[in-house]
Design a protein around this ligand. Sequence first.
Ligand code: C5P
Length: 305
Amino acid sequence: MSDVVVRAPAKINVHLGVGPLRADGFHALHTVYLAVSLHDTVTARPGEGLSLRMSGEGADGPGLVPADRTNLVWRAAELLARHAGVRADADLEVAKSIPVAAGLAGGSADAAATLVALDTLWGTRAGREDLLRLAADLGSDVPFGLVGGVALGTGRGEQVSPVLAAGRWHWVLGIAGEGLSTPAVYGELDRMRADGRVPDVTGPTPAEPVLAALRTGSTTELAAALANDLQPAALALRPDLRRALRAAEDAGARAALVSGSGPTVAALAADEDSAVRLAAELAGVGVFRTVRAVSGPVPGARPVS
Ligand code: C5P
């Protein structure tokens, strides 16, 4: 069996409606995921036992992405092996372009790519439903990593269904120097709701406005409908993000929002040329570590031919 190479995309949430904290420690979500053209690549080779190497964006900081059994990639491999009743034998290599702890679901993309790569390497022939179930066990965003495109996420985000989108949108991602912890941002939102800094809710904000905007294909309508309930919490933990959002809007973005739990800022550009100009401008303002022009929707985890 020869090497299997699979790439999986980063996501942004064009709508993130967060309900109250559930008894299981998660929040009920109504979210709309959009997969964008920033990918990690997982290579799976035959091996004895499991081994894992990480390279690229953010992989070299001490302890940032541990290449051990706590890594979501390692857990994906063990989960698929157990499910299929095969030995977890593989040499895995993850080449990262998606920054870690950025609100772009990079770790989830890696896990989704690993499930697809090892399903092929091991010939386990897990069905789509099985892979989606295993993905949901690994993390709320992992099923979307398999599906890609544009999808509505419900439950804790793990129940995904495709959404009709009539366009392709150009974005600039402004990536901050230091990541944000997803549980910390959800925790801050709970505190803000409890002490009245933001209105309390009985359920997640519905995604209808953004779903309607996606169907029209209009950038203006999408810009007006973007929403992220986690944004006030991310801003409370990282006040400098306010300046980052303002910089994106001043530089000509149609709209800008925090991606997921942050701290990445996703700036929606009018078109591809505007995205290139916006990226150059944002790179110059000194608030971001890296700036990337991307577009989406793009497909989910799939083999590279
Ligand atoms: O599912 P995942 O492992 O990515 O979630 C990481 C953390 O983010 C959870 O432990 C929880 O604190 C928070 N979370 C949440 N509600 C969700 C998804 C994630 O509170 N729907």
